[in-house]
Design a protein around this ligand. Structure first.
Ligand SMILES: *Cc1c(COP(=O)(O)O)cnc(C)c1O
Length: 406
């Protein structure tokens, strides 16, 4: 999006604020489906946890996507947004069997990631088709916090337990209609990913009623200029061919499923925050913005590098800044970063603010969560209001004690 458009949105709606570009979401969706155009039956299930505003969910549905959900609440948000139950998959981990049963009652596809629940569910509901989440123990990403397929990971049923899975399925008579894996968040080496895919293909031959194979996600997008990204086109070509050969072997055309979050929404998002204070110290210059990890926690949580641009002075000379927030806690967005000269009152734009930014926001320090704007067909549409003081008290139960004066 143009800096001038973002500046006028911040002027009209205030800051901090999140802005999402619908056109970018659509072009990412099209890029992905194009890369896999050789696949006879392809399904993209958008990972709701990346950005869960219901307008984003309806937009995804209008593009043709289904949803990947990890909590019963995300399932309900998806249904609320008008996505049909049969286009939603429920991929939780460590939730109670009751929550899985509730999702099954709502008609969404169940994906089970541990033997205990698989056995219980199969005993009680042998007629409900179930997908199984496998852990292939392949490390596809670089960051251990966001890689979920490796040996120490809590996600999925270990591939080494396949005989146990088969025994449970045979004993209960349950029907397995999908096999799933999600190896991590950053696929940089396509051959590593293809190696994990082979494990899924091998596993698939143990189940005769499959309808789909779900390869999860982990597409890396660039986070700053010169950053690397997953070569989707190369992956599409190679996996597409291999998948076709597998289907021939299997004797049935299955659906190839992906569930990207970051790839679809990360680059569509911009977080706009105003500089309250420019503070010189003996060692650096701090630019302190009206935000913190209460609004955008990825830099502090994962060491994520979000490109930061001073959209109020895009032609100014560059200087080095540490960009920090106003939270009473260390909340460094960027250290020693080259940014066009910053004055108090300037608007800083954080790029890649679509995925895991608003959805991880909190009320820490009793701050409000910001508004969200969808830039759609040339118009800035408000899709979430900034919170107000009442929202902080909502659900607090004020006790009737002499000591409590409100
Ligand atoms: C988080 C998650 C995704 C999405 O991952 P991205 O890196 O955002 O694409 C997909 N599948 C599962 C099971 C997840 O937990």
């Amino acid at each position: 999006m143009k800096a001038s458009t973002l500046t006028s949105i911040a002027k009209e709606h205030g800051s901090p604020i999140y802005v999402y570009d619908a056109e970018k979401i659509e072009s990412q969706y099209n890029r992905l489906t194009n890369a896999f155009k050789n696949v006879g039956s392809l399904r993209i299930n958008y990972a709701v946890k990346a950005l869960s505003n219901v307008n984003i969910l309806s937009l995804m549905h209008s593009l043709g996507a289904g949803l990947d959900t990890v909590s019963i609440q995300e399932v309900k948000l998806g249904l609320y947004a008008g996505v049909p139950a049969e286009m939603i998959i429920f991929t939780p981990n460590g939730v109670s069997i009751e929550e899985i049963e509730e999702a099954a009652t709502l008609g969404v596809q169940i994906n089970i990631d541990n033997l205990s629940v698989l056995e219980q569910f199969g005993n009680k509901h042998p007629k409900v088709p179930v997908c199984i989440r496998i852990n292939p123990h392949v490390m596809a990403g670089g960051n251990a916090n966001i890689s979920v397929g490796h040996i120490d990971s809590k996600f999925g049923i270990s591939i080494h337990q396949l005989p146990h899975i088969v025994r449970i399925v045979d004993n209960t008579g349950m029907r397995i209609n999908g096999i799933h894996m999600h190896t991590g968040s950053d696929i940089l080496d396509i051959d590593v990913f293809l190696h994990a895919a082979e494990i899924l293909f091998n596993t698939a031959h143990y189940f005769s009623d499959l309808e789909f194979l779900d390869f999860g996600s982990g597409f890396k997008v660039p986070y700053h200029p010169n950053d690397i990204e997953t070569n989707i086109e190369e992956l599409g070509e190679k996996l597409g061919d291999r998948f076709a050969a597998f289907c021939q072997d299997y004797g049935k055309e299955l659906t190839l499923t992906f569930e990207p979050g970051k790839f679809l929404v990360s680059e569509s998002g911009y977080f706009l925050s105003k500089v309250n204070v420019v503070k010189q110290t003996t060692s650096t210059v701090f630019a302190q913005v009206n935000s913190g990890f209460n609004h955008l926690i990825r830099p502090m949580l994962y060491g994520a590098q979000h490109h930061i641009e001073n959209i109020s002075n895009s032609k100014g000379r560059e200087r080095f800044y540490s960009v920090v927030g106003y939270i009473c806690e260390t909340d460094t967005f960027a250290n020693n970063r080259r940014i066009n000269e910053i004055s108090e009152g300037d608007i800083l734009c954080f790029h890649n603010a679509g995925a895991y930014c608003f959805s991880m926001a909190s009320n820490y320090n009793a701050r409000f969560r910001p508004a969200e704007i969808l830039w759609h067909e040339g118009e800035a549409k408000l899709i979430r209001k900034e919170e107000q003081f009442d929202d902080l008290l909502h659900n607090q139960v004020v006790l009737d004690m002499a000591a409590v004066k409100v």
